[in-house]
Design a protein around this ligand. Structure first.
Ligand code: DX5
Ligand code: ZN
Length: 216
């Protein structure tokens, strides 16, 4: 299966969100990645559910919502109400992860668990069979435009082996510091979805950049 591209709205022009989402609609992007931060789980605050609600009638790509917040299970109804396709919760933020994953699916969304760079994939051993996707952070979450953590390539390869060894078809998404070079290496070792923020939105021709990331 061809890999998917999910541009991250965090790097868009917040004064022209509708324009940027319409650009994504026209592009070869597969999903739109939306980063919600709370200033507690991560040292930054981005945007919240009212912004997603406002984008709902405009956005024609499936919404991939990445919650960088404590107690994400409290907001499952709010995320579902935005029409989100995928809800990502951090492993590090969920004490009762199995219950949370079940509740996300019951609310009609796909369920993904996100790992910070230091969190080992072996911790997914007893939950992987219940997940639609694992999101590997290849930077410390909280900011766009950071440097790719090299170790993420090896981590992606090992997660792919783990998924295949279990006979599963769980997707692997990688988020942070994705550019043409890192994207190529990640796809080679089994990444299924690539998030790209600044590389897409800071490029002179975002439509062309998305096309090139897709054609890798
Ligand atoms: C970081 C966010 C990312 C961010 C990626 O905390 O989860 O989705 O937008 O930005 P780039 O692609 O610029 O590293
Ligand atoms: Zn993200």
């Amino acid at each position: 299966m061809k890999h998917k591209i999910a541009p991250s709205l965090l790097a868009a022009d917040f004064l022209n969100l509708q324009r940027d989402v319409e650009m994504i609609n026209k592009s070869d992007a597969d999903w739109l990645h939306l980063d919600i931060m709370d200033g507690v789980f991560v040292p930054n605050i981005s945007f919240g559910f009212p912004v997603l609600e406002a984008l709902k009638p405009v956005c024609r790509k499936p919404m991939d919502v990445h919650l960088m917040i404590v107690e994400p299970q409290k907001f499952i109804p709010e995320v579902a109400a935005t029409g989100a396709y995928m809800m990502n919760v951090h492993y590090e933020a969920c004490t009762h992860l199995h219950r949370t994953v079940g509740a996300i699916k019951e609310a009609g969304m796909k369920a993904a668990v996100t790992l910070n760079p230091h969190t080992p994939i072996c911790l997914l051993e007893d939950i992987l069979q219940d997940l639609d996707m694992v999101l590997l952070m290849s930077v410390n979450p909280g900011y766009g435009g950071q440097k790719f953590i090299e170790h993420s390539v090896d981590k992606t390869a090992r997660l792919k082996d783990m998924i295949l060894a279990k006979g599963l078809d769980t997707l692997i998404e990688v988020d942070g510091g994705v550019n043409m070079q890192t994207a190529k290496r990640l796809v080679e070792v089994g990444a299924d979805v690539l998030v790209a923020g600044s590389f897409v939105f800071r490029s002179p021709d975002p439509l062309q950049t998305i096309r090139e990331l897709k054609e890798l």
